[in-house]
Design a protein around this ligand. Structure first.
Ligand code: ATP
Ligand code: MG
Length: 170
């Protein structure tokens, strides 16, 4: 049984990590879709698809599994009614979709897929929006992501990038 999980992972955080650990107990193989792959260098989407691949694959290296995991960037097509077909055209076949996102579950449900909800982990702080806000405001964020993700964000200059792009030319 092959599962599919999608997120923007801006950045990949401990909430994602704990959910994936659970999913990996249920599936034989897992596909991780990186949504809005074309986006980067914005406050909502600071990291490139490639940087997000690094974060995820380094974090997954620390999970003890020999299951096959595919990490696949997926660009937006701006047409929700065609999006499931778009995803299916870009990734290996899958049997079950894991998500909590209402639009994602709706679209895959309409597409005839089995959808399983995942349990939200400490959602107040394990949240991309909260982590980006903390980085910008120079508040503690490092504890909200796996250590290898923290190192990756620093390595790619992510902190200064966020500060730079939130600036103004006025
Ligand atoms: P943002 O605030 O930027 O939207 P996010 O934390 O929601 O970031 P996404 O990449 O949008 O992260 O989420 C991908 C998937 O992970 C979604 O299905 C989302 O519901 C799930 N998810 C996000 N945070 C958690 C969490 N703390 N616990 C469980 N699932 C989570
Ligand atoms: Mg989200």
């Amino acid at each position: 049984m092959r599962g599919f999980f999608i997120g923007r992972f801006q950045p990949y955080h401990t909430g994602h990590h704990e959910v994936l650990e659970e999913i990996l107990k249920e599936v034989d193989e897992l596909i991780i879709g990186i949504g809005s792959a074309q986006e980067s260098h914005s406050i909502e989407n600071p990291f490139t698809a490639g940087e997000r691949i690094l974060m995820i694959s380094r974090a997954l290296d620390e999970i003890n599994t020999d299951k096959k995991i595919y990490i696949i960037p997926l660009e937006d097509i701006y047409r929700n009614s065609l999006w499931v077909s778009h995803v299916r055209s870009m990734v290996p076949p899958f049997d079950v979709v894991y998500s909590n996102n209402p639009l994602v579950t709706r679209l895959f449900g309409e597409g005839g897929f089995a959808v399983r909800r995942t349990e939200l982990r400490n959602r107040r702080v394990y949240q991309g929006t909260e982590i980006r806000r903390r980085i910008l405001e120079e508040k503690d964020w490092e504890e909200l992501v796996p250590e290898v993700v923290m190192k990756t964000i620093i390595e790619v200059g992510g902190i200064q990038r966020l500060k730079d792009i939130s600036g103004s030319d006025v």
